[in-house]
Design a protein around this ligand. Structure first.
Ligand code: SAH
Ligand code: SF4
Length: 381
């Protein structure tokens, strides 16, 4: 079986030609897949029945993610979904919305690229659950298409995609790249390459390979420490010189692509959040034009906690004073366990019925909701 959502437009042209059909049939299929988000091959009503029959006979299917659970933050701007893929694999996707002046929100979808993760970062819920399997490109697309369909119901659309959900995207390189190509091909999902960011724990060879792809995709590297000793405690799979090697790889990425790399830094109370460590980090990154994104850690089962607000502000101040650009990531959705892997972990422990859960968070609390609620998932899903 082949999911039509994994086929690039150029490949679809060949497929359609091979079936003795005119090229515009490929465009019709693409339009149906990416504008209408059909549930199955039967929903491709635009296509003549014999062509649908040929596709069916050839083993082509239209895959879809099944929504198992949905949690919405109090302000309505963060929606976290637990989705079931084929073979029953459970993964998470998050929609983060930022109101904009023109009234149309920026709508960023955070996708998973693996079920679980083999990297074992100690503060990460996904890392702690271990590695299950790589997701295929069509399963990454299914996440975006599912959310895109939800957004369309209220006249909005996906504006950005970040590969920051469960898993290490560069450890699943070929499928991640295929997903990026599907998302950015004008005849497929059609997002600008600059509207895509891949976050990596730092696989050097894969970063260099990505730099050679001739794309304008943004890159974020999860650094978390200015020293190798501390980094290896947090990221057990990191090599002995990973800090130096990653900064060098980020420079190469910038010189090849013209896109500056962001360093992500999960701030953990009492572990990597001291002013002295901030000074060390500034010393390393100064002058490189790098940008640091500070993420106060979302507490997980590992016992790591978020630093106090003052401590976060002090870290930020020292970095800035040291000549390094930085921002503190708005703690979106921590009350709904939005950090990577947390929803699935919670689900494993959950005893409450799905229907009951659905009722809970979708209701606006304290009247602070800014976004319109989505309709509940349809019963057939
Ligand atoms: N594997 C990739 C992408 C997925 S993780 C990577 O590590 O970059 C995306 C980001 O979420 C990473 O920067 C990661 O460090 C961060 N993250 C993981 N667990 C977190 C937690 N509990 N709190 C805050 N950020 C976390
Ligand atoms: Fe994997 Fe990223 Fe989590 Fe580390 S932070 S375990 S690399 S998903």
């Amino acid at each position: 079986m082949t999911d039509l959502y994994r086929i690039l437009p150029a490949e679809l042209d060949e497929l359609v030609a091979g079936l003795g059909q005119p090229r515009y049939r490929a465009d019709q299929i693409l339009k149906a897949l990416y504008r209408e988000a059909p549930d199955s091959l039967d929903d491709l009503r635009l296509l003549p029945a014999p062509l649908r029959g040929m596709l069916q006979a050839g083993g082509y299917v239209v895959g879809a993610a099944v929504e198992v659970r949905r949690v919405v933050s109090e302000d309505g701007n963060t929606t976290k979904l637990l989705l079931r893929m084929t073979e029953g694999t459970l993964i998470e996707s998050v929609l983060m919305q930022y109101p904009q002046e023109d009234g149309h929100p920026r709508s960023t979808v955070c996708v998973s690229t693996q079920a679980g993760c083999a990297m074992g970062c100690v503060f990460c819920a996904t890392g702690q659950m271990g590695f299950e399997r790589n997701l295929r490109a069509e399963e990454v697309i299914a996440q975006v298409v599912h959310i895109s369909r939800l957004l369309r119901q209220r006249g909005e659309h996906v504006t950005n995609v970040v590969f920051m959900g469960m898993g290490e995207p560069l450890a699943n390189y070929a499928e991640t790249l295929r997903a990026v190509r599907l998302l950015t091909d004008r005849r497929a999902f059609g997002l600008g390459q600059r509207h895509i960011t891949i976050s990596t724990v730092g696989l050097i060879h894969a970063i260099d390979r990505l730099a050679e792809e001739g794309m304008q995709v943004g890159l974020a590297i999860s650094l978390h420490s200015p020293t190798d000793e501390l980094r290896q405690q947090l990221v057990p799979t990191a090599g002995p010189n990973s800090v130096h090697d990653l900064i060098a790889a980020a420079r190469r990425y910038f010189s090849k692509t013209g896109r500056r790399v962001t360093f992500e830094y999960a701030l953990i109370d009492g572990v990597n959040d001291s002013p002295e460590i901030a000074r060390q980090l500034a010393g390393l990154l100064r002058g490189g034009g790098s940008h640091v994104n500070l993420i106060p850690v979302n507490p997980t089962a590992g016992g790591f906690g978020k630093p106090s607000r003052n401590r976060v502000m002090e870290f930020e101040r020292v970095l800035r004073a040291g000549g390094v650009n930085c921002t503190v990531r708005v703690e979106k959705g921590s009350e709904i366990s939005a950090a990577c892997g947390q929803l699935r972990t919670d689900e494993a422990n959950a005893t409450i019925e799905l229907a009951e859960l659905m009722k809970l968070p979708v209701v606006p609390v304290h009247g602070r909701r800014q976004s319109q609620p989505f309709p509940a998932p349809s019963p057939h899903q």
